[in-house]
Ligand binder design. Structure first.
Ligand code: CDT
Length: 309
């Protein structure tokens, strides 16, 4: 048995006016709760140090850059790293990354139990749009503020398991999980900020959006025989509601822990990495069953092309 006790640290809303220090104090409280509950790894949401700023149209790059971190750890997050180190807990969390070369990414990192960063991921599937869209009920400007990640979907050996990361919209794409599955991923962690309503279809509310969120993560887990931990930033951010529904999904696709609130809430499950083995050696034994001669379009074509187009 290779058991890793995982905490999904859902976070309630972060308002525009909230300071990094106040947010990090909330993260440390969640981390402590995890440590007291025996967690080995605590996973926090996407862009968890600030409000979900891509909902705001900004023209001034200096204003945009205020939401980004130039180093990790930095002054604001060092207390979180220090507490994780002190309590011997690995962490993963998302933040907006501004590189020394001036590049902007939607990033997440993974540490080991000593607080050393062992993995970094930059979001590949950026949803939304790059220009102000008057037809939407609210904006989703990730394509304006970030460039697509350049690190691919990697996995790392951490705590005697193969771990990978993705971020929010990535969870809806089977390619995300499969590329990590092909590297033997046993645990995939992700954070999300998902608006509770569809900005382009007002009838699509939280019920359907929670369903799709969970459906995607269950499918990714089952089809790759891996644990998936999906953690929300939830609740009302300056009048803009975000979904909760953080879950831990087992390698058979069953939800084994689910958040019930839209506030700071820790969900915990003891995840046995050996539970991945059966699926990986039977129905999803990729080496025996995949037929790559039929998958060429996946890597040669982006949009739909009807035969004869
Ligand atoms: N943060 C993020 O990726 N959110 C998206 C919203 C898509 S609607 C433009 C998501 O897939 O949940």
């Amino acid at each position: 048995m290779r058991e890793i006790v995982i905490g999904g640290a859902q976070m309630g809303p972060i308002q525009k006016a909230d300071s990094r220090a106040a947010v990090v104090a909330r993260m440390i409280a969640l981390l402590d709760r995890g440590a007291d509950g025996g967690c080995d790894l605590v996973v926090f949401p996407e862009l968890c140090l600030t409000t979900f700023f891509p909902r705001w149209m900004m023209e001034d790059q200096a204003e945009v850059d205020r939401w980004f971190e130039r180093e990790m750890p930095n002054g604001a997050t060092e207390p979180l790293f220090a507490r994780a180190r002190e309590r011997g807990i690995a962490i993963s969390f998302g933040y907006a990354e501004l590189t020394p070369e001036g590049r902007h990414f939607n990033t997440s990192i993974l540490t080991d139990r000593t607080g050393a960063i062992v993995g970094k991921y930059r979001k590949v599937h950026l949803p939304g749009h790059a220009e102000y869209d008057p037809d939407r009920a609210f904006q989703h400007l990730e394509k304006r503020y970030f460039e697509p990640g350049d690190l691919g979907f990697r996995v790392w050996r951490n705590m005697d398991a193969w771990m990978g990361m993705c971020i929010c919209n990535d969870r809806r794409w089977p390619e995300t999980y499969r590329v990590m599955g092909l590297q033997g991923a046993e645990l995939i962690t992700l954070g999300y900020n998902t608006p509770s309503v569809n900005s382009q279809m007002s009838d699509e509310g939280p019920e359907q959006r929670l369903y799709h969120s969970e459906l995607s993560m269950k499918a990714g887990a089952y089809q790759n025989s891996a644990w998936v931990v999906g953690v929300a930033k939830a609740g009302d951010e300056d009048g803009h509601p975000l979904l909760g529904g953080s879950v831990i999904v087992d390698p058979n696709g069953f939800v084994v822990a689910r958040a019930e609130t839209e506030a700071d809430e820790l969900i915990v499950h003891a995840c046995d990495m050996d539970a991945c083995t059966f699926g990986k050696e039977t129905i999803f034994d990729f080496k025996r069953h995949r037929r790559i001669e039929h998958y060429g379009r996946i890597c040669s074509q982006t949009g739909v092309e009807h035969p004869g187009d």
